[in-house]
Design a protein around this ligand. Structure first.
Ligand SMILES: C/C=C/C(=O)SCCNC(=O)CCNC(=O)[C@H](O)C(C)(C)COP(=O)(O)OP(=O)(O)OC[C@H]1O[C@@H](n2cnc3c(N)ncnc32)[C@H](O)[C@@H]1OP(=O)(O)O
Length: 263
């Protein structure tokens, strides 16, 4: 449970084996100020330390926004090259700690996910968009570029041409287009409900297999194809010695549901 934790800008709840992290700054459409980023970092550590948690959903409080970006009033205070670089590195670190979590992560995008908000959703494994969602990277309109990983994660996800279209126009993409270009995995009337459904489907499977499948895809994307195949074979080998693999295959042969223990 996360009862002992107190946050000013987020809420962290446990529903069975699913953690739900809600960004909660409605007055600024959930914009990420430094304190909110610190809250998210602390929540990520708490999730890592909680062995009961098998999946994470990130969503936005209220019905208008997932996250409308980094907090522009804080960005406006940046006065030097070094301050700007530090701000970007700090945001990148927090989002990277989410991307590296050894469990499935789902962004339930209700409303605007702009700038740092879309970058947060991109750090998750998959994105479920509500029909009212609008996503984009409008930073060039502020005289900036995306700085929380957007220039790197977006082209890896949807390809360079489509990513550059979104980054250079800064336009807001509606949910149906986001689905067509592979930016969204699902579009639903209720993003959070659909995200829970997807998480439950994943949680039927062996936890270590989920963690290592994710690791294989993520590490493999960042290296040569030959090295990526080696990573895959190594992780496959690790799982071959797990109790859950023995249980999964035995359950199949005995025509019964598997009881995975994460061992
Ligand atoms: C490394 C990362 C960099 C970045 O992320 S740069 C930031 C990228 N994001 C943006 O540029 C989006 C900024 N926000 C908007 O363009 C608009 O908002 C919306 C289109 C999302 C919604 O427009 P509307 O419906 O007219 O609402 P509203 O009156 O603009 O917003 C309600 C309150 O929320 C505050 N707010 C919205 N986004 C941010 C933000 N990103 N940082 C700080 N505050 C924000 C506003 O100022 C306002 O506040 P008040 O009611 O006091 O006037």
């Amino acid at each position: 449970m996360f009862d002992e934790l107190e946050f000013n800008n987020i809420q962290l709840d446990q529903h069975g084996t699913i953690a739900v992290l809600t960004i909660n700054r409605p007055k600024a459409l959930n914009a990420l100020n430094a304190e909110t980023l610190q809250d998210i970092a602390q929540a990520t550590e708490a999730i890592m330390d909680n062995a009961e948690i098998g999946a994470l959903i990130i969503t936005g409080g209220g019905d208008r926004a997932f996250v409308a970006g980094a907090d522009i009033s804080e960005l406006a205070e940046m006065k030097s090259v070094f301050e700007g670089r530090e701000l970007a590195l700090a945001g990148q670190d927090v989002l990277q700690s989410i991307a590296n979590l050894p469990l499935p992560t789902i962004a339930a995008v209700n409303g605007f996910a702009l700038g740092g908000g879309l970058e947060l959703a991109l750090a998750c494994d998959i994105r479920v968009l509500g029909k009212n969602a609008r996503v984009g990277l409008p930073e060039v309109g502020l005289g900036l570029i995306p700085g929380f990983g957007g220039t790197q994660r977006l082209p890896r996800l949807i390809g360079q041409g489509r990513a550059l279209d979104l980054i250079l126009t800064g336009r807001q993409v509606p949910a149906d287009e986001a689905l067509t270009i592979g930016l969204a995995n699902y579009v639903a009337d209720n993003a959070l409900e659909k995200a829970r459904e997807v998480a439950q489907a994943m949680l039927k499977h062996a936890p270590m297999a989920l963690a290592l499948a994710k690791e294989s895809v993520r590490r493999g994307m960042e290296t040569s194809f030959d090295h990526a195949l080696e990573i895959e074979a190594d992780l496959f080998g690790l799982l071959a010695s797990s109790q859950d693999f023995k249980e999964g295959t035995r359950a199949f042969l005995e025509k019964r549901p598997a009881q995975f223990k994460g061992e």
